[in-house]
Design a protein around this ligand. Structure first.
Ligand code: PGA
Length: 269
């Protein structure tokens, strides 16, 4: 049986002090009490990771870093934080290669691959972000660009690693713009990502692929209902705890439709 449990992750980006982050967790946790069958995580700034992880301890809320160093576990790399340090802070995983890291901090496919390796070696779950720019989509190169980004990651992985990684498809033109991808665009890209992965690592790889880019409580179920979408990576709409809780509840509204549409090997299992 292949199981791809849904995952909803709030990427706070450079928002929230430690005090604000703790207030958020206090407001969010009671909202998650009734929730079943879905993994939830938030990705605070580095300075808030250990406090948020301690506050979430034992609750169904995971904590992810927004990045890790490509080097480690220690060394002369001023300003960097290693995957081992993130793990020690109490985190379960890390975002890797977010488009803002690629765009503003020059992260290449090689850097993203090295960071993925570090996260895996430290025992973190990497959520590796991929996605094309508007120009790449308009020129018809979207599938090719995302496949290149995906293969750059896959090249450095063993079959065992391939089962311990999550991919987030985040078209750059949809991030923070209020212009989410259409369900058709998301489904086609997720299918492509999954087929490349299955060709490389076998059908048992059961890759989880999240959609990200202007996801809201209003549109999340349109994505989670799709057969190849396993959850969402949410920026702006994750910043309010009650808004995020509402989005999580709505994401489950898509689940029955998805269940019906899933391949029989999963539905039967
Ligand atoms: P957004 O950001 O939901 O604000 O578009 C998503 C992301 O950058 O992960």
């Amino acid at each position: 049986m292949l199981m791809r449990s849904p995952l909803i992750v709030g990427n706070w980006k450079m928002h929230k002090t430690v005090a604000e982050a703790l207030g958020y967790v206090t407001a969010l946790l009671p909202q998650l009490a009734e929730l079943r069958g879905c993994d939830i995580a938030v990705a605070p700034v580095f300075t808030a990771l250990s406090s948020v992880a301690a506050a979430a301890g034992g609750a169904p809320l995971q904590v992810f870093a927004q990045d890790v160093a490509a080097e480690g576990p220690t060394g002369a790399f001023t300003g960097e934080v290693s995957a081992e340090m993130v793990k020690e802070a109490g985190c379960q995983g890390a975002l890797i290669g977010h488009s803002e890291r690629r765009r503003y901090y020059g992260e290449t496919d090689a850097v993203v691959s090295a960071k993925t390796r570090r996260a895996l070696d430290a025992g973190l779950l990497p959520i590796v972000c991929l996605g094309e720019t508007l120009a790449e989509r308009e020129s018809g190169a979207a599938l090719e660009v995302v496949e290149r980004q995906l293969r750059a990651i896959a090249d450095a992985l063993t079959e065992d690693d391939a089962r311990r990684i999550v991919i987030a498809y985040e078209p750059v033109w949809a991030i923070g713009t209020g212009r989410a991808a259409t369900p058709e665009i998301a489904q086609a890209m997720h299918r492509q990502i999954r087929s490349v992965w299955e060709a490389l690592f076998g059908a048992g790889a059961a890759l989880r692929v999240l959609y990200g880019g202007s996801v809201t409580a209003e549109n999340v179920a349109d994505f989670t209902a799709l057969p190849d979408v396993d959850g969402a990576l949410v920026g702006g709409a994750s910043l309010s705890p009650l808004g995020f809780a509402q989005l999580i509840r709505q994401s489950q509204a898509g689940a029955p439709a998805r269940q019906a549409a899933k391949p029989s090997r999963e539905a039967d299992g």
